[in-house]
Ligand binder design. Structure first.
Ligand code: AMP
Ligand code: ZN
Length: 119
């Protein structure tokens, strides 16, 4: 449920600060510490789920809420003309923090291509 060493669990427990946009019993949303777009925040289940490989039926409410909240929070954060949501998983997905999170990225201008095209 919670991992003592996990950075996002520490944020969920209030042990380290984050610029919080929203939280309830199931999920939290906070600004990414190294933003890659004018709007860049993370939607995160409060329970420790390491990766989407580890998602179980009991996580459906939090995972569903992350999608259901993304548009409202994106608009409130200033991304009113579209955004991108990304969940990186594992080595191939370049996951850095092993606690599931959905990136929400946007701004006034269209984002770059989703993936760099291979030459
Ligand atoms: P990834 O696991 O690759 O999907 O991305 C992890 C993201 O978490 C990166 O964009 C980091 O900038 C972000 N991040 C890491 N630590 C923090 C923190 N303490 N507060 C906010 N964002 C963070
Ligand atoms: Zn965690």
């Amino acid at each position: 449920m919670t991992d003592p060493n996990c950075i996002f669990c520490k944020i969920a427990r209030g042990e380290i600060p984050a610029k919080m946009l929203f939280q309830d019993a199931d999920v939290m949303a906070f600004h990414d510490i190294r933003p890659q777009a004018p709007v860049h925040f993370l939607l995160v289940p409060k329970a420790h789920v390491a990766t989407l490989y580890d998602a179980q039926p009991e996580h459906e409410r939090a995972l569903g809420k992350m999608l259901a909240l993304a548009g409202r929070l994106a608009r409130e954060a200033g991304a009113s003309d579209g955004f991108r949501s990304i969940v990186n998983t594992g080595r191939v997905g370049h996951q850095e923090v092993y606690h599931v999170h959905m990136h929400v990225l946007g701004g006034a201008e269209p984002l770059g291509p989703m993936l760099q095209r291979r030459k």
